[in-house]
Design a protein around this ligand. Structure first.
Ligand code: AMP
Length: 207
């Protein structure tokens, strides 16, 4: 199963992706995670991406398309993948179609986790992540409930940056909802509910 996850930042894409990966053994391709790893390692890509990420802006299309194309060429993606955070622009979606066409691995669904902006601002400003295992929790988690690791707040989860990320989503990424509807791949799920209720609907919709 090859899936694209759509939805505003903080809609719960990462949380739903983690559940799908556990259950279906898909490979998770999160461009945000890849970029954060590059920033941490201080690579050329990381240095280039950091200023966009800190401002909540998009990293240029050619950089991110190159990154994903390279990742899709790796063998662990052949049995199915979830793209989380990519595509974010129409140019990225068109490039993805072309690449998957070449690889003869078409998408099975574009899964939209739909949450209203007001809900998202609160969610993101109180979001905390585990430094060790990447668990996504909240300010209420003093330590990671999965592995006991230290929890931290992402640099871009402050209110000003969150508002910009939501604007960028509205302008650049939300047109992809119509794009995938037009390809007959769109599956839309109300994400403003308990995580497990959302996941049950996700599974129903994908089956
Ligand atoms: P995320 O973890 O998906 O919220 O991504 C964090 C940040 O990484 C975004 O705010 C962007 O600056 C950058 N980023 C991640 N994915 C993309 C993408 N597909 N296109 C451009 N920038 C991206």
């Amino acid at each position: 199963m090859n899936i694209v996850l759509l939805g505003a930042p903080g809609a719960g894409k990462g949380t739903q992706a983690a559940k799908l990966i556990d259950e279906y053994g898909l490979t998770h391709i999160s461009t945000g995670d890849m970029l954060r790893a590059a920033v941490k390692e201080g690579t050329e890509l990381g240095l280039q991406a950091k200023k966009y990420m800190d401002a909540g802006d998009l990293v240029p299309d050619d950089v991110i398309i190159g990154l994903v194309t390279e990742r899709l060429s790796q063998p662990d993606t052949a049995n199915g993948f979830i793209l989380d955070g990519f595509p974010r622009t129409t140019a990225q979606a068109v490039a993805l179609d072309a690449e998957l066409g070449k690889l003869e691995r078409p998408l099975d669904a574009a899964l939209l986790i739909d949450v209203k902006p007001e809900v998202i601002i609160n969610r993101l400003c109180s979001r905390r992540m585990c430094k060790e295992c990447g668990y996504i929790g909240s300010v209420a988690d003093a330590v990671c409930p999965v592995c006991g690791g230290e929890m931290y707040q992402r640099d871009d989860d402050n209110e000003a940056t969150v508002r910009n990320r939501l604007d960028v989503y509205e302008k650049s990424t939300s047109p992809l909802i119509d794009y995938y509807r037009g390809c007959d791949l769109l599956v839309s799920i109300d994400g403003d509910r308990d995580v497990d209720v959302v996941y049950a609907d996700v599974k129903d919709a994908l089956n």
